[in-house]
Every structure is written in structure tokens, then in C-alpha cells.
Design a protein around this ligand. Sequence first.
Ligand code: SF4
Length: 437
Amino acid sequence: MRTYQTQMEAAKKGIVTKEMAVVAEKESMEPEKLRELVASGQVAIPANIHHTALSPEGIGAGLKTKINVNLGISGDCKNYNVEMQKVDMALRFGAEAIMDLSNYGKTNTFRQELIAKSPAMIGTVPMYDAIGYLEKDLLEISAKDFLKVVEAHAKEGVDFMTIHAGINRRAVEGFRREGRTMNIVSRGGSLLFAWMEMTGNENPFYEYYDEVLEILREYDVTISLGDALRPGCLDDSTDAGQIGELVELGNLTRRAWEKDVQVMVEGPGHMAMNEIAANMTLQKRLCHNAPFYVLGPLVTDIAPGYDHITSAIGGAIAAASGADFLCYVTPAEHLRLPDLSDVKEGIIASKIAAHAADIAKGVPHARDLDNQMADARHRMDWDEMFRVAIDGEKARDYFESTPPADRHTCSMCGKMCAVRTTNLILEGKKVEFCSEK
Ligand code: SF4
């Protein structure tokens, strides 16, 4: 029988939960140290009490950088089978989180199936689902109606929810006063902005924040405080709107922790490389070291079709500078709903960014696979190289598509392979290119 409601409450009471024990084992961390980090809010373990298939993961200080895969249907593209194939791919490549961002029709059938099968944590943005779930147009939705959607997702077993509670009237005033090139690019943020402007009301998630927290606490849902005013282009980054909302998010973080609700804070967006590290410091400082979940950042605006790369560059810098959780971006970003191949490209790019950052951060054992790869390369053990590679299937396809005459080389340099030449000399053998057949 559980004597606590949330992981944070347990941690504050000195209890190491079974979820903490699993995470500590995965991270090679002492359970007691992890418990302290959960108690202080520096680590979140999103684990809804109804998500029985979950293999828990921790997000935050001292832990491996995690990645999230977004999927879900839209009005223009509503094939649930394809979305389920994306789920399988995300799980195959080891994504720790999947966000169901379906925004068309009744989304709960897909979500329930997803939660039932997924060991990865599941996130949603209830605002996306409000119109479909409530079967009302935006203007007809009451403030309390939005809370019903939060409760429905919580009951289904969603582990974390993006809730844009920081875009209150004060933040909107600041955004309107200063102006921006791209205005609001957050989907949930723009819907809330529209609702607030059309009704003249305060942001319902801000006005009824304590009630939202009660719902989240009951099911141990982690709140992911959304950044409605994240910059949507380099020109808008680190502006008054973004920073003003961040100050609100810091305040909301403390209020959630007072009720033992676990918190993550979301961040930019689009941002030049030279601003990323400072933003990570600012975010952690203003939000009291809560785990930081970044959406990119995309380091240039001019590469549609390649935004998995612009995002991986920004994500690697962000994570090396303190971000804990990367939301993947696919080559389809800004262009269309990603297909299966876009999803794969996005996952791999994001995994590379997270892994590279973990090496820089000195996460325990982060270099182990790199050392195994170097050893396999030195020995020219191709099977081992493909086993260690993030995408061994692609590596094997490339190698086998133009096979070398001598498998102690590859077709790039052939017999002039530097590795082979040096190995032969160090083994006391001669290197003779002309006489070799
Ligand atoms: S042939 Fe050239 S590219 Fe290929 S493994 Fe040897 S040194 Fe590397």
C-alpha cells in the first residue's frame, strides 16, 4: 500500500520508491543520492500511477540526457497505423519519452493503446485535445472545461503534460508591448492566447493552477511547464516575452513543488549558438534547478528540410550546458507531418546530440560505447562496429553496398587503409602495395 501520492512526496519523506531504485540502477547512481535529487526537484521521474507498462526514467541533474519523440495524428493526416509504427520505431531506437500530440477527433483510443504498450514515458498537451475531447469550438470552452481534459489524460495514465500556465495576462501585455517577428509559435500557447483575447479572461491554467496541481498530484503526473512565448526565429530569442514568461515559470515551479508535484520546464525554440549556454544558466537559475526540457534549439532559420541537424547542433550545446531532456526535431519540421523515415532521422539526430552532450557533461559510463567502437575499429571488427553503432543497420548497409576486396579495410582507401598499414607495421610485418594481389 502506497504511503505517498507522488515520487516527490516519497522522496521528501525519505522513501526510496521502486521507481527510484530502477532509475538509480540505470544511471549507476546511489539510490539515496537520487532520492535527494527528487526531493529537491532537481530530478523528475514521470511515472503516472496508471502507467503499468512503464520502465521509469529520471530526468535532471547528473543523469543521462533523455530524448522525446513527438507523434500523433492531425486533421490532414490521420492514419493511426502509421503513428503506431512510429511508436515502434521510437521504442526500437531507445527514446525514453513519446508525446502524443494528436489534435484531431477523438484521440483517446490511440492514447490508451499507446500507454498500455509503452515502456517509454508518455506525454501530452491537453490543450491540443480540448476541442476534440469537449466537442466545442474554442470560444465555447469554459475555463473549468480545460481542467476536465487534464483530468481525462491523467486518468488514462499520461506521465507528463505540457501545460502553458506561464502565459498569463502580464506576459501577454509584455509580448504585445515589445512586439516580435514571429509572434507566438507554440501551438498550445497560440490557442490559449486566442482564447484569452477572445474571452477577455485570464489563462485558465494560471487562474486555476492550484486545481490543476491537485489533479496532477492525484495521479503523479509531472507538469512540464510550457513556454508559449518561446522564440520562433533567431530574431526573437532572449527577448522580453521569453524572459518574462520564464520568470512566471520559476514561480509556478515553486508552487508545484509545495504540493509535491514534479516539474520540468520547457525552453526554446530558435536561438543563435552564442546565446544557448547563457539561456541554460538563466533557466536553471530562475526555475530553481528544475529539469530543463528543450525544443531544439534550432541554431539557424534557413534550413527547412534539415532541421533535425540545426536542432541537433543546438540540442548538443544546450544539453552540454545543462539541459536535461531534448525534444527531437525531424527533417519535416516547419513543412509537414513527419513520415516514418523523418521520424527515424529525427530520433538518430537527437540521440547523437544527447550522447555527445553526456560525454561533455561527464555522465558516468557515457564514453563506454565510444571506447568499444574505437577498439572495434582498431581491430577492424565490422560486426562489433555495427553492434555498437547508434544505427548499426545503416552502417552495415553502407559498408556492404561497396564492399572492400580486403575486409581489413573499407572501400574508401582500400589497401592504403591507415589502420591496416599501422597495424601491420606494429605487428612487425612489411607493407608492400605493388606485390599484393
Ligand atoms: S580504408 Fe580508410 S576510411 Fe576505411 S577504415 Fe581504413 S582508414 Fe578508415
